[in-house]
Write a protein that binds this ligand. Sequence first.
Ligand code: 7TS
Length: 424
Amino acid sequence: MSSGTGAAAIPIQRSPWDSDPAELERIRQDFPILQRQVHGKPLVYLDNAATTQKPQSVIDAISRYYSLDNANVHRGVHYLSQAATEAYDTVRQKTGRFLNARFPSEVIFTRGTTDGINLVAQSYGRRLVPGDEILITEMEHHSNIIPWQLVAQQTGAVLRAAPMTDSGEIDLKEFEQLLGKQTRFVSLVHLSNALGTVNPVKEMIGLAHERGIPVLIDGAQSVPHLGVDVQDLDCDFLVFSGHKLYGPTGVGVLYGKESLLEKMPPYQGGGGMIDTVSIERSTWAPVPQKFEAGTPMIAEVIGLGAALDYVHALGLPSIAAWEHQLLTYATQELQQIPGLTLVGSASERASVLSFVLEGIHPHDVGTVLDQAGIAIRAGHHCAQPTMQHFRVSGTARASFGLYNTMLEVDELAAAVRGVAEMFI
Ligand code: 7TS
């Protein structure tokens, strides 16, 4: 990886389970769902960009919490409430270390990536005035488009998008030119869920910072597949979802620089986020509580903590290395299939392989593969502007996780070849 991708902390190396299939098999045993069959065939799960499967340790942590420790946090003096509060806040510290944040208070628990972006748009974005510009890119997930469209409608700000090339890379010259006098905020995807492109976000953040513009990084795909160091990137905000990192649904993280979070107004009001309240006016609790109104998703946060432990024990460098090998092999195998075109051929890619088969609807590819027990995603991947760029209504997409095998890539390639032959 080049340093500009922001993944410099994770050099591509051989993963320990590359040379030892028994180790990969042992890892697969950690995920109960991988033992099940679909349509009478062993499950080949290649939809990890949508959501990942959960190891037993995550399932157990949630079950243990509800069986033994369930109580509300930040409000009780009784034993269980204090234990739940401590468990919840421990995950905040763990997440801070995982991202290399300066302070645990820079970690805000959200419902997920979408929720985190909406929080920043509706809180930071409130300072925007007519004529201010927000810059995103053409390859964003809808989660990093719509919240900015909404805030633009509310404030009179203008939303702009940096274009990409036909290989699915951001044109850095165009990006730099779009950083104008009116640009007040930049929000960028790190790893595209539709193309697999790894953007040179460190360089892009540097260009924005030269002009004093803060940057949010959508790390929904990069945090699980590349790992991220927020101090190295120097991003102002970063968001990700627990469920794409082998953790539960319903929980995610917003990292924000303390100096910015402190100046931002609350996003939602309610219990837990106040200092004092009267009918006339109220004052806010310090960061991060200011942004966590109401009873949070306690069990899910605890599940996320178990997922972070699991990923940490395997090591993100090893996970990234293994997925890189899977992607390289799959690219090589699929490219040989007559009528198949890869969508997205950036020089830096990770985890995601998008393709179309000439004359065959992606949903048909997905349906035939499903009958073989192979789960992929077919459609626009919530990235319609990306699809519009490539003039396709959708693609078929295989996306890899730490537990996928080379044999599964062979099965994918054989099944896709079968579809190509079936329709020709
Ligand atoms: N940003 C990116 C880059 C994503 O890949 C996704 C989800 C999101 C934001 C939204 O995450 P959420 O957890 O808040 O929903 N991507 C996908 C996908 O590729 N298939 O299903 C969801």
